[in-house]
Design a protein around this ligand. Structure first.
Ligand code: FAD
Length: 319
C-alpha cells in the first residue's frame, strides 16, 4: 500500500467540492490518504478531510498562505511532500493547481498530467485520461520511472458520496517554510460576483451574442439566481465588452464540467465546446434550429431566448 497525498483547497475554512472528489477517489484506491491544507483556516477543515477519506491531515497554518504566491506555495508543498513521501499526488486543475504543480514537479523531478477527466489508481500506479485538441480525442497517461506521479483533475469529474461522520484523521501541524521571496503580491482585486467560480459550479447559465446586448444578461442573472447557478459567457460577448473575461467559457477561457449547462444564444463554435462539452446535461436555447450547439445538447429549445428564459425563470420559481 502506498500513500496518496491530496492537496486540499479550502475557502474560508470550507473544503472545496473538487478536493472532496479527490479525497474520496484516493480513499477508494485502498492507499493511505494524506491531505495537505494551507492557510490560517487549515485547522477548520481537518474534520471534513477525515470524513471524506483522509487518514492524516498536514496543516500548514501560516497566514502568508491565505493567498496564493507561487514561490511560497512551491516551497511549502515540496516541504510537505518530502515529509509525507507519497507515490501519488492528486490536486485540482484549478488556477492555483495549474500554476503550482508544474513548479513542484520540476523541483522534484516528478511526472505530471494536468487537466485530467478520468482517474484510475491501482496500488502505486495511476492512469489518467486527458482531453486533447479541444476535446476531439482523449489520451490515457501513465507514468514510468517516476517516484512521484502528480495528477491534476478537472472539477466535477469524480463522484461525491455523503461524508462519513464516523471517520476522522490524525492531524500534523507542519511548520511553514519561509523562503526568501523574489516576488511580492501587493494586492488581490476580487471579482464582483459572490457566486461560485465557474470551474467549481454545478449549474451554469451561459450567454452569447444571441442575447443581443449587454443589458439582456439580466434575464440570465435572474434565471441563475433561481437555479443557484453561476453565469458564464461566450468569447464573442466578452470581446464585445458585455461581461468580464473571468466569465468566458471555452478554449481561451475556463474549462467547466457542471451537472447542468444552459447555453443561451450561443452558436456552439468548436472553441466554446472545448470548454463545456464535459458538462453532464447540456440545454441549448437558440432561435436557429441548425445551430451547431444542438448537436451537443441533451435538450434543445428553438426560439427567442429573450422570451424563453424569463418563462423558464417563472416556472423554476414555482418549483
Ligand atoms: P455567435 O456565433 O454569433 O452565435 C450567436 C447565436 O445566437 C447564433 O447561433 C444565433 O442563432 C443565436 N441567436 C441569435 N438571436 C437569438 C435569439 N433572439 N434567441 C436565441 N438565440 C439567438 N469562443 C468562446 O466562446 N470561448 C472561447 O474560449 C473561444 N476561444 C477562441 C479561440 C480562438 C483561437 C478563436 C479563433 C476563437 C475562439 N472563440 C471562443 C470564438 C468562437 O469561434 C466563436 O466566435 C464564439 O464562440 C461565438 O460566440 P457566440 O456563440 O456567442 O456568437
Amino acid at each position: 500500500m502506498g500513500t496518496v497525498l491530496v492537496f486540499a483547497e479550502q475557502t474560508n475554512g470550507k473544503l472545496k467540492r473538487s478536493s472532496i472528489e479527490l479525497l474520496q477517489a484516493a480513499a477508494k484506491s485502498g492507499n493511505k490518504v494524506v491531505a495537505a491544507v494551507f492557510g490560517s483556516h487549515a485547522g477548520d477543515v481537518t474534520a471534513a478531510a477525515g470524513q471524506n477519506g483522509a487518514a492524516e491531515v498536514y496543516t500548514v497554518k501560516d497566514g502568508a498562505l491565505d493567498q496564493y504566491n507561487p514561490e511560497l506555495f512551491t516551497a511549502n508543498m515540496v516541504s510537505v511532500i518530502e515529509n509525507v513521501k507519497p507515490s501519488i499526488l492528486l490536486a485540482s486543475a484549478s488556477s492555483t493547481g495549474k500554476d503550482l504543480f508544474p513548479r513542484v514537479a520540476a523541483r522534484l523531478g516528478a511526472g505530471i498530467a494536468s487537466d485530467c477527466t478520468e482517474l484510475n489508481i491501482s496500488g502505486d500506479n495511476v492512469v489518467a485520461t486527458k482531453p486533447l485538441y479541444s476535446g476531439k480525442c482523449f489520451a490515457k497517461t501513465s507514468f514510468e520511472n517516476c517516484s512521484l506521479k502528480i495528477v491534476l483533475m478537472r472539477a466535477n469529474q469524480l463522484p461525491v458520496a455523503p461524508a462519513d461522520a464516523g471517520k476522522s484523521a490524525t492531524v500534523t501541524d507542519h511548520a511553514a517554510a519561509k523562503p526568501d521571496l523574489k516576488t511580492l503580491i501587493k494586492e488581490i482585486v476580487k471579482g464582483t460576483s459572490e457566486k461560485l467560480d465557474l470551474t467549481e459550479a454545478n449549474v451554469i447559465v451561459s450567454g452569447g451574442r444571441g442575447l443581443k446586448e449587454a443589458a439582456n444578461f439580466k434575464v440570465l442573472n435572474d434565471l441563475a439566481d433561481v437555479l443557484g447557478a453561476t453565469v458564464g459567457a461566450s468569447r464573442a460577448v466578452v470581446d464585445a465588452g458585455w461581461v468580464s473575461h473571468g466569465m468566458q467559457v471555452g478554449q481561451t477561457g475556463k474549462t467547466v464540467a457542471p451537472s447542468l449547462y444552459i447555453a443561451v444564444g450561443i452558436s456552439g463554435a468548436i472553441q466554446h465546446l472545448a470548454g463545456m462539452s464535459g458538462s453532464k446535461v447540456i440545454v441549448a436555447i437558440n432561435n436557429d434550429a441548425n445551430a451547431p450547439i444542438f448537436q451537443k445538447a441533451t435538450y434543445g429549445i428553438v426560439g427567442d431566448a429573450l422570451e424563453i428564459v424569463p418563462k423558464l425563470t417563472e416556472e423554476f420559481k414555482k418549483a
